[in-house]
Design a protein around this ligand. Structure first.
Ligand code: ADP
Ligand code: MG
Length: 278
């Protein structure tokens, strides 16, 4: 049984990669469930109109469900839409639903259109009697106003990389976007975490991509890699994360190990910045 400590500060990570199908949603829900299984309090914000994160967390998200759309467009407090996942009493989800598909366009004419998620999150964090340890934001694949809201609200960018040929191309594109957001909207934003996913030890290509990412990003890349696994891809159709669906599978074990690394790194970084302050 692994022991980790939660310093009582809310870390806000946006899971981003401008490519679709690289494992953003899978990583968001499984890291969230793994952190919850370690005793952390975790909120997943589903910012993708497809609602796959809400589905995987077993949270209803039909057209009548209060959703992150109501938060962004009508100014609802997050607490009005947050649900508890049936998987764990410390795992929460602000669901997306079909209305979010229109939000990208509706946001254009809103006041402070880039800051609306940040305002809602800051209010929600302040309201908590027991602090949330993590907020994980699952982004759509495009760089529209939804993703910009996530980049403005977060401190950390968490990049899942699929172990395939064009991975590094997506990475330089993402870093360019992060620099742009840093300059204009959120100076704190930085790439903190890279996770290699869908790793297949039998292919030379997987190995090469992993080596290359690690040589360029040794500080950001987690040591744990997520293997390609049928159990991981099956779990959402049961409305579950792989942590609940098959906790002893290789995929679940890898996601738990990655979660431990993320939690421990944050604790070390918190200690670093306290040292610098004193
Ligand atoms: P994104 O959110 O970036 O579009 P998803 O998380 O939805 O990507 O993943 C894309 C597809 O790949 C999904 O069908 C998902 O089940 C599958 N998938 C993700 N990670 C793995 C993995 N480690 N092993 C096998 N399939 C995976
Ligand atoms: Mg997704």
């Amino acid at each position: 049984n692994v022991q980790v400590e939660f310093p009582g500060r809310t870390r806000i990570l946006t899971i981003s990669n401008q490519k679709g199908g690289v494992g953003k949603t899978t990583t968001t829900v499984n890291i969230a469930a793994a952190i919850a299984s370690l005793g952390g309090r975790v909120l997943v914000i589903d910012l993708d109109p497809q609602g796959n994160a809400s589905t995987a967390l077993g949270v209803p998200h039909n057209a009548d469900t209060p959703s992150i759309y109501d938060v962004l467009i009508d100014g609802f407090p997050l607490s009005d839409v947050v649900q508890t996942s049936p998987e764990s009493e410390t795992l929460f989800c602000a669901p997306s639903n079909i209305h979010l598909a229109g939000a990208e366009i509706e946001l254009v004419t809103q006041v402070a259109r880039e800051q609306r998620l940040k305002t809602a999150i800051d209010d929600h964090v302040r309201e908590q009697e027991t602090p949330l340890d993590f907020i994980l934001i699952d982004c759509p694949p495009s760089l529209g106003l939804l993703t910009i809201n996530a980049f403005t609200a977060a401190e950390e960018v968490f990049l899942p990389i699929q172990c395939e040929y064009y991975a590094l191309e997506g990475l330089s594109q993402l870093l360019g976007n992060v620099r742009m957001i840093q300059k204009h909207l959120n100076p704190q934003l930085h790439l903190s975490t890279i996770l290699l996913t869908m790793y297949d030890a039998r292919t030379k290509l997987s190995q090469q991509v992993a080596d290359e990412v690690r040589s360029h990003f040794s500080a950001e890349a987690l040591r744990t890699m997520i293997p390609r696994s049928v159990r991981i891809s099956e779990a959402p159709s049961f409305g579950q994360t792989v942590i609940a669906y098959d906790g002893n599978s290789a995929g679940a074990i890898a996601y738990r190990e990655a979660a431990v690394e993320i939690v421990r790194r944050g604790a070390a970084q918190g200690a670093d910045s306290e040292e610098k302050e004193s």
